[in-house]
Write a protein that binds this ligand. Structure first.
Ligand SMILES: [Fe+2]
Ligand SMILES: [Fe+2]
Length: 319
């Protein structure tokens, strides 16, 4: 029987884990870790190990004393006697269990060399975020909510920019109604639990938003509608991916602990984001129905707005 435990099937560490010489906990979401584990699994003797992808297994598959965050933070190995080791010690134990790598394992287990390997492994872990996106739900959620807060702040400024420039009665009515909705979104986000950390770059998002509204307003109503359609198309996708990630967390067996939120809180947050998204879709549809500008210049401007929004989200998630 294969010692790899696929997603959703790793229910208990019991049967396979207790008969395995070693249980190896790895991060299946990390491309480097996955490739390395695939290499080990091709070695003779790999079938005597029990392999657990900590990024998607059931919490019970991690066994006693090992949480998901902990398992994803470093490589862990549980010996047959139940002892849990991590980092360089885990590699040494794993290599010793694979006949083709046993010598390397013995060498790596030698204390002075193991300490050097541990240092190298820690350096690797520091560099890992470069290719392994941070998918821990708690940090992910905080970053996403920060980007939402920045986005709604920018949206308010877009409509303020339009109102500062446009004298067209229809555009002004359109902007005033949307501005009220965006202000409500901001108040809602500011009341969300966990508390939304504000972007440190609000000082940039405000003028950027204002210009995104004021510049097309100089060109006329159709340019305003094209801008709003482009912005809201982006915002729709942004909220949709957040809702889908929350659904994923809600579907997990251990969603009760996701990001420190209880299932009920997570559902309430999902509802909030879904309501905001519905409003944004309505904004987009209203802009499309009002007759947005078309042609290559409008398409090019829409691309600038879309990629500008995407870049702003990347920065707002981090800062
Ligand atoms: Fe909004
Ligand atoms: Fe909106």
């Amino acid at each position: 029987m294969s010692c790899f435990q696929p997603a959703g099937h790793a229910t208990t560490p019991s049967a396979e884990a207790t008969t395995a010489s070693l249980t190896v906990y790895f991060d299946g979401q990390c491309p480097v870790c996955s490739r390395e584990v695939a290499l080990y699994r091709r070695q003779a003797g790999a079938e005597s190990c029990h392999w657990v992808d900590a990024s998607e297994c059931a919490p019970s598959a991690l066994g006693e004393g090992l949480g998901r965050e902990q398992a994803l933070a470093r490589m862990h190995v549980r010996r047959a006697d139940g002892e849990l080791v991590s980092g360089a010690q885990a590699f040494a134990a794993l290599w010793q269990a694979l006949p083709s790598m046993r010598r390397w394992g013995q060498l790596a287990g030698w204390r002075p060399l193991n300490a050097v390997l541990e240092l190298a492994y820690r350096m690797f872990l520091r560099l890992r975020p470069l290719w392994r996106p941070d998918t821990s739900f708690e940090r992910w959620l905080a970053a996403e909510l920060r980007s939402d807060h920045a986005g709604e702040t920018g949206a308010i400024e877009i409509y303020r920019g339009i109102l500062a420039v446009s004298r067209d009665a229809d555009v002004r009515r359109f902007a005033e109604q949307h501005l009220a909705t965006e202000q409500r979104h901001l108040v809602t986000l500011e009341s969300v639990k966990p508390a939304v950390l504000r972007s440190r770059l609000l000082v940039l998002w405000r003028p950027a938003g204002w210009l995104t509204g004021a510049l097309p307003a100089l060109a006329g109503p159709r340019a305003v509608y094209a801008t709003i359609a482009a912005v809201e198309r982006f915002v729709d996708g942004h909220y949709a991916q957040q809702i889908s990630r929350i659904d994923q967390e809600l579907g997990r067996a251990d969603a009760g602990a996701a990001g420190g939120l209880k299932r009920q809180q997570l559902s309430a947050l999902r509802e909030t984001l879904a309501r905001c998204r519905d409003d944004e879709l309505q904004h987009r549809d209203e802009a499309l129905a009002a007759g947005p500008a078309t042609g290559w210049m409008a398409a090019a401007w829409a691309r600038v707005v879309g990629s500008g929004s995407a870049a702003a989200v990347v920065f707002a998630r981090r800062f």
